[in-house]
Write a protein that binds this ligand. Structure first.
Ligand code: AMP
Length: 112
């Protein structure tokens, strides 16, 4: 997989507001927040997009959801939205799998 901004954040080659880290995952605030709380949860393993994940990533994908919930709780959120953009047609711009976690304001449905 080509190196992305997010692998540089993992390696601390570019700065980010990191709010959670463990052996397998990192969470940091989105630089262009779309809600009062907006952070990204990423695997340290470089998976470009969700559709590139495989059965061997099952535990990792579950872990990312648990991290999203843990950090959302740390951030004081009870209601929040998770979003994964898969592919350019779904507005993915950084090709390192990430879960957007947004909260602190109401959200409508369906999303735009
Ligand atoms: P996506 O469009 O789903 O690929 O989302 C990529 C997200 O990464 C966008 O919401 C960007 O604002 C965010 N982003 C890009 N560069 C950085 C950065 N250096 N630090 C934090 N967030 C970033």
């Amino acid at each position: 997989m080509a190196e992305t901004l997010f692998s540089k954040i993992i390696k601390r080659e570019i700065p980010a507001d990191i709010i959670y880290e463990d052996d397998d995952a990192l969470a940091f605030r989105d630089i262009n927040a779309q809600a009062p709380v907006h952070f990204l949860v990423i695997p340290k393993k470089p998976i470009a997009k969700l559709s590139d994940a495989s059965a061997e990533d099952q535990a990792l994908l579950g872990h990312l959801l648990l991290v999203a919930n843990k950090v959302a709780t740390q951030e004081g959120l009870t209601d929040f939205r998770l979003n994964v953009n898969n592919g350019a047609g779904a507005s993915q711009t950084v090709f390192h799998l990430h879960i957007h976690v947004l909260g602190g304001r109401p959200f409508s449905w369906p999303p735009g």
